[in-house]
Design a protein around this ligand. Sequence first.
Ligand SMILES: NC(=O)c1ccc[n+]([C@@H]2O[C@H](COP(=O)([O-])OP(=O)(O)OC[C@H]3O[C@@H](n4cnc5c(N)ncnc54)[C@H](OP(=O)(O)O)[C@@H]3O)[C@@H](O)[C@H]2O)c1
Length: 297
Amino acid sequence: MKIVILGVGGRLGGALLREYREKHDVAGFNHAQLDLASLGDVRRTLDAMNFDVLINAAAFTNVDACETERDRAFLINAEAPGVLAQICNAKDAKLIHFSTDYVFDGEKRAPYTEEDQANPISFYGESKFVGERNVLTAENGHLVVRVSWVFGPDRPSFIDAMIKRAQQDENVDAVSDKFSTPTYTHDLAQILPQFFDRAVEGGILHFANTGKCSWQEYAQWALDCCREAGISLKATTVGAVKLSDMTNWIARRPVYSVLSTAKYRELTGTAPRAWREAVADYITRSYAPTNEKSRKS
Ligand SMILES: NC(=O)c1ccc[n+]([C@@H]2O[C@H](COP(=O)([O-])OP(=O)(O)OC[C@H]3O[C@@H](n4cnc5c(N)ncnc54)[C@H](OP(=O)(O)O)[C@@H]3O)[C@@H](O)[C@H]2O)c1
């Protein structure tokens, strides 16, 4: 199977490239190699290639910057995915495109299913939602995979920032009244190939590790795992701050955006592992003293 992955310089794209390059014929592009904002270049480059699956892990992911750079956010997150879908249609290839829990407004208090109405409250969420629609209206069996709170070794995320702060500072805090679920790039890379040549009804699939937590709980568990793994920290307890205290944030964020994985479980007969297990595994692989040298920073 010939696969092209966009966004291989990112957290998710990097993990997918590492996972698939041994088993498949894979070409990867990072931002410098292919800019999704240059739609002509995107068309010329991809039209000239042969592939069965195109995976788009590239996106303008800075949620606050999307508020102030709306045209750019729309071009990369909304328009470009539509162009990718058209390119795939012309080759009868499948597009797998990633989206976000931020397409929801966060008013619900039970996990969001694929059938729930999106109602973005930020421009990032809005641009990603239009991107989804542009992919799905192209039909051809394309797949939109919504994920939340992505973490993994290829680019630091919230969890790495918390561990770093706890190594440097005695006081660490995190938001305690915003809830979702972490998604480990390693786990997503493992499960995705079963959808390379399988149509999913409705074209949307939610995937995250199982469970629900606040950022404070997420950070506390990360520090607990570090302690367990013998990693020295100055802070061992994560204090609570409120979402309303984050006055430097520009974009609004959903308070509750847990993604239901019931559809994934129904389709595959398996459940994603619990987020605590996934975080513990990540810390053992990436932070445990014997692995420190191999960790990318
Ligand atoms: N991170 C999360 O918590 C999260 C949550 C929900 C959904 N998602 C979705 O998951 C997917 C993967 O995100 P991620 O966590 O891997 O984010 P990431 O680490 O920020 O990766 C995104 C990649 O896209 C690249 N990119 C940005 N603008 C581009 C452009 N114009 N042309 C080509 N490449 C461009 C970035 O390159 P530069 O850095 O060089 O600009 C980066 O390598 C995205 O669709 C995102 O919306 C992420």
